[in-house]
Ligand binder design. Sequence first.
Ligand code: 3H9
Length: 702
Amino acid sequence: MKGTVHYETRGEVVLMTIDNPPVNPLSSGVRQGLYEGIEKAQQDDSVRAIVVTGKGRAFIAGADISEFGQAGQEGASLHQVMKMMEASPKPLVAALNGTAFGGGLEVALCCDFRVASSKAQVGLPEVKLGLLPGAGGTQRLPRLIGAEKAMNFMLTGQGVPAAKAKDLGIVDELVEPDALIEASITLALKKADASETRKIRNENTLLEADRGNAEVFAEARRFAAQRMRGQFAPEMIIRCVEAAVNLQDFDAGMKVEAERFLECLHNPQRAAMIHVFFAEREVARVPFIKKDTPVHEVHSAGVVGCGTMGGGIAMCFANAGIPVTVLETDDEALQRGLGVIRGNYQSQVDRGRLAAGQMDKRMSLITGVTDYGRLADSDMVIEAVYENLDLKIKVFKQLDETVKAGALLMSNTSGLDVDAIAASTSRPGLVAGMHFFSPANVMRLLEVVRSKHSDNSTIATAMAIGRKLGKVSVLAGNCPGFIGNRMLAAYMQQASGMILEGATPYQVDGAITSFGLPMGPFQMSDLVGLDLGWRARKLAGVKPEDRPPAALVPDRLCDMGRYGQKSGRGFYIYPQGSRAGTPDPEVVSLVEEASSELGFSRREFDDSEVLERAFYPLINEGAKILEEGIAIRAVDIDIVYINGYGFPAYRGGPMFYADSIGLDKIYERLQQLSADKVISEKPAALLEQLAKEGKRFADFQA
Ligand code: 3H9
């Protein structure tokens, strides 16, 4: 059995300490230890009260996630443990030393009283795993803090610091970390002296106040529809709280909770979201980075370029408390860039997300310069100039000459050749790609791109700095587009093909957003700007007859001045600067004309065909990325796609999604598409091999 609980008597109080490193999940040994310990304490007449705490940085991180979906369960169940706790006439005090999440907080809510160290954090994050708090949380929390606050707490799944938990009424006492055990024992004895216990299950006052308040549930549903579109668990949480309020019978409410929990447990979203939880931790493990791989100290950073990307990257450093120097070509561009940064911070202050003092502090960490020499002392410089290889190489040569020896030089390129960039310097080992996603200060993903020259310590530092900036860093190899943009190209190509063959842009976008992405390919094109490709083709002197068929519709739109959101029109019409576009019949006619010009006879598409066409070639590109070693594992691709491209976490990422469909099915369909010349290539050799062996991408080991 995994994990244990230490049992020790302190006078008339038993102190039980959960020990299951590193974060004390409720694994079999912990549940069994709690069960036996509480039973023993009940039987011992010299014991008057019980204190439960955790060893290390957590109280209890929740149920053991790795046990979900596994057959059979060793040891006592959590419900058996809780039954015993609630039946205890001896007061139980939870001494919250650190993180009390999920089942951990539910154990604390089952105790009579809660004392928290000022360093503790509590939360019910089950929703992020496609679950609901299934150990009484949906029934006890509304009884303790009311339905509205409880639903908000469970639907956001955000942890709150101990002080906030005290304000909410979740915690009874707040103490300094050193005083926690003493304070908890003192409280336990005081309550024992007064023969006082507090069983939240018996409290109905707040529920009565919520009864008949339909608006509180309507509001929770609006919140879930807006912020958690497509997710299964939020509605289940709301129904459990409705049961708590309407039934006002704890055991009946628990029955509803148990049924709904099982529904969540068996829903495919649960498996997908737990896959994502572990995948996020897995991507941090890079086989060639060992514990003893040296990591460069980065006390100060430089950024070349203060446009949208450069400014956002500078904000990331300032937000992490690292001084950053931003370089622009002239003072006008610099002031414009700094103005945008200030404006971004100001809007955070206006929305109450940042204190004004914090904004001043962050701005004071950003220094704007127009002279390369001022970057000389930076420990790491990130280039974020226009996406052109010659220009980037010019910048790197200049940086190589000016920035101190030993400093790291990184490129924010989104797909250019990092080998060539590195080779243009005298320190190729200290060069790598750090591809941030726009807006860089918001998006969580960082692709760290390893050139064939990069030292291991350069990569280790880039990965570590990414984490320090609050990003999820994923390692990619060097190839055009790296992981994300290379796969995106396959997807965009299919989207363009489908509208020429008979779908409308609105149908394609509709199918993709119903699947769970925040926007479809044509909404995305409008956001990025249709004119980028159009201008690039003009600059390169591409003749209209040589233009790829996929470019015909966007180029025609640009010829009409429809560049996308920025000009108020593109594939969609954006009334008065609105971000939500409305479809335009004129575009449908234009698409139909383009189809006929190119010799297509248009046909009907259904949404399932749109999804196959959009995602199967993307998955195929993912398979090639794996076989070429551009991504180390399928999970790396999943994390890139979820955090950089809005693939719904509840579908686990494209490679997990492929595994759940079955690789044989995907392989067959791709073969068909290849035979019909819908895709220009054959299915990836790796996909063919895994499909024939009945395996999954998850089984692939490089
Ligand atoms: C639940 O409770 C259901 C109940 O309502 C109903 C039951 C009937 N289980 O994140 P870290 C591992 S659902 C198993 O790097 P940090 C993690 O994989 C649960 N393993 O540390 C990692 O392993 P490795 C609700 C877990 O300090 C290691 O611990 N609870 C669990 O940055 C360190 O993790 C949650 O959703 C777990 N529950 O953050 C909480 N938790 O080293 C999920 C962690 O091999 N956990 N591990 O990669 C977290 O949010 C964070 O881990 C936590 C610590 C904030 C606790």
